[in-house]
Write a protein that binds this ligand. Sequence first.
Ligand SMILES: Nc1nc2c(ncn2[C@@H]2O[C@H](COP(=O)(O)OP(=O)(O)OP(=O)(O)O)[C@@H](O)[C@H]2O)c(=O)[nH]1
Ligand SMILES: [Mg+2]
Length: 626
Amino acid sequence: MLGKTLNLGILAHVDAGKTTLTERLLYEAGVIDAIGSVDHGTTQTDSLALEQQRGITIKSAVASFAIGDVAVNLIDTPGHPDFIAEVERVLSVLDGAVLVLSAVEGVQPQTVLLMRALTRLRVPTLMFVNKIDRAGAGYDRVLDEIRVRLTPQIAAMGSVREIGTRAARFAASTAGIAEAVAAGDEALLGAYVDDELSDARAHEQLVAQTAGAAMYPVFFGSALTGAGVDAVMAGIAELLPVTAGDPDGPLSGTVFKVERGPTGEKIAYVRMFSGTLRVRDPHGEQKVTGIGVFDSGTVERRASVSAGEIAKVSGLGDVRIGDAIGADHAGAEHHFPPPTLQTVVVPRRPEEKGALRVALTQLAEQDPLIDVRQDDRLEEISVSLYGEVQKEVIDATLASEYGLDVTFEDATPIYIERPLGTGHAVEVLHAESNPFSATIGLRVDPAPDGSAVEFRLRVDRRTAPLYLYKTVESFSEHMAEYVRQALRAGPSGWEVMDCVVTMTECAYSIPDGPPSRRGPRSTAADFRKLTPLVLMQALERAGTVVCEPLVRVSLELPANAIAAVMRELARLGGAIDGPSVEGGLARVETVVPAVRVHELQRHLPVLTGGEGVLESSFAGYQALDM
Ligand SMILES: Nc1nc2c(ncn2[C@@H]2O[C@H](COP(=O)(O)OP(=O)(O)OP(=O)(O)O)[C@@H](O)[C@H]2O)c(=O)[nH]1
Ligand SMILES: [Mg+2]
């Protein structure tokens, strides 16, 4: 076994070359003898039939290799925005990342989104500017774009010769490093200006700043020809910090992927942060029955998995993505936009409704954002969607894995509700209207758009039921969770967002208390079940407004298609930015309701002679005029 483990994510905009780079790294590390190709469906990490047919990554996949004494678990992620949820779940298990860019396309919309998340989570990250072999590849231009749109804190790790040709090469160089690391540090800057900053000290600084996510080393190369891959590989081992977790510490891990094995059994991918998980260890009602640890291209069966490692764990039938193994750690935070559309799925054979529900529920275990909803009255099953490609993937998966033939009704928006004003409600112990043994007062106030939900506990700590929750902090966390659950459906049935919920009153009953509080000892269930009743009253008093998701659309089209496209955009009701025309290509930006994007996508080929390119990104919510 190797001493050090590095869990490394490969992230990028769709088609930048993540899977091709992964394949190259596995080859250079000696794990595979021949380099597979995305275009022929022969790579290690695009192993699903659908991925091979379409030439895109749909699910995150783990591959492992060694660089010197560092065991690298590489996680190849999808770049298509419809599968952003896959990336989100991987983010929390990474020690480091390689953000891949294309030297031709430069910084793309998804690159910006990913970089924002990596920065927020302070994940040490290297950049790899790929495709230097392609005509139109840039060097200075891409570095400038990175500085302006991603971060100014970069260090170019070398230069490129014969760029834009098949013979393009990357020449590693330390020339730019001293200046880069000195830029943000006065003492270093002094030494640099006086020409006293040695290469060794600059390198040391580079390692430290990269580990602190304060510096982003930039490599160039081509995953296709192999140029620069040795340099970025050395960078991965030298510049990214390996995990330091205590194998004897308290048990703590995260499930970041769930798949089903050949016989339908669930397999959980677990990243361990602390402690050691062993075969036969319990998890809830179940027991771990098998552990496989990634090891240079294969999965090695082991009796245990320890802090820092990633393993495939079987035996946990109820496990879901995002579950904690052992002690809880930082909860699931959302870094990317939510799905904005939902669609009703209808089996072509009506008698297959039950089978469809089971199949979709299983798919949702692997992808919780699919969020299967069942309308019992209408006997409808609907799923949330990011977009058309995800819908096609669900369609194909239902057909191939479950033998189910389905149709999708037209997608409709997933609305949200926001409070219009302030609303306050209280349910008091023993009151006629209160079916539970607890007093809860909650106030709802509107919060700025995009601020999600905040919970504040503003009650005298002596009124908190600490015999149930031990500490005030724990009580507050549990109440916050009850509130979040309750906000999943507001008065109009949509998730309530952008509000502050304040707990203003609290009391519990005890058998030997004063008359006003005498009664059976309140339970956690009393607090959990009373919360939604009080909150709904408060929301009704506040009033809520239903809002629809918006999407910013950027279009690139031949200049002669401008008129037709502008007419279409006007019809869809978007406020239009542009067009700006450069060398026969026009760019137009607009913000339209999410539900309109598909229409635009469908019409675009006709409107632009097949040459239009559409990119879309979530742009917040806007009140419906009703
Ligand atoms: N010329 C050239 N083409 C490349 C290079 N790297 C990847 N490609 C091609 O770019 C396309 C996309 O490559 P992938 O490796 O699938 O990209 P990806 O980032 O994994 O794509 P998704 O996972 O679907 O987001 C394929 O046709 C590759 O052959 C490169 O360095 N040079
Ligand atoms: Mg890929």
